[in-house]
Design a binder for this molecule. Sequence first.
Ligand code: ATP
Ligand code: MG
Length: 266
Amino acid sequence: MLQALYDEKMEEFRRQFLKLHPYDRAKFYVEQSPEVRKRMYEYLSPAEMAEIFDHLDIEEDEYKIYLSEMDPLFVAQMLAHMYADNAADVLNELDKKEVANYLTIMDDEAAKDIQGLLHYKEYTAGSIMTTEYIAIHANQTVRSAMQILKKEAAQAETIYYLYVVNEQRQLVGVLSLRELLTSDDDEMIVDIMNDRVVSVFVDEDQEDVARKMQNYNFLALPVVDANNHLLGIITVDDIVDVISEEATDDYSKLAGVPDVDIQHNP
Ligand code: ATP
Ligand code: MG
């Protein structure tokens, strides 16, 4: 694969690289030199780079380095293709001016999604939620809900739950994909949805969200504001990160070492 890059064989590189799981693509990407990475930006589309960035596991300050290697328009397009919560995480590491730049050249729809996520406090439900969820209405049929599902499935972070909202976008119910698939086409959503929805408040601590997710065993939890308006969802894969972060924190405290870097005295 690396050889294909060195030999400037774009098709060969793409054929091998795109077969890898996004996590392995991300691992390959961070192991390369800046020169090789630059070739990757030429050979991959912003959408393909977005998949890599959605799976990157790097220190926060490293985002700056990678982004500075890319053309600003490429960065904006890549951020627009990422899940909004991940894109907001990346932008939170940059200066306000840079953020404004990227958001201006990005398409409006994506910019709006990301912008909405930028001002949530760190370590809260709002900071780890994503806005790419599937919402349906109580007074529609299973058939029409299926059409919405089909239309939005590619964009949604998870299709496992459909959240039912009213005209004010307040959360009134939830339905699992399995429940939808096993219902008759003519059935009304209101008759099959669960109306006692477990949700988390947008300012709630991410640790509490993790606990709730574990206790209830859901694959995602909806996030609401004080008036029960649906703002986003948190999926279990984002919670796995929270749990491992907290575990590292707690372990460091126990061992009496600082969380981040060990200090070296001269
Ligand atoms: P599976 O067999 O794959 O588990 P399922 O339909 O049982 O499918 P679960 O994820 O186990 O899906 O969800 C269990 C139940 O909880 C479903 O009836 C689902 O609609 C409901 N549910 C999902 N999210 C919530 C929530 N936030 N609050 C309340 N109920 C929920
Ligand atoms: Mg179940």
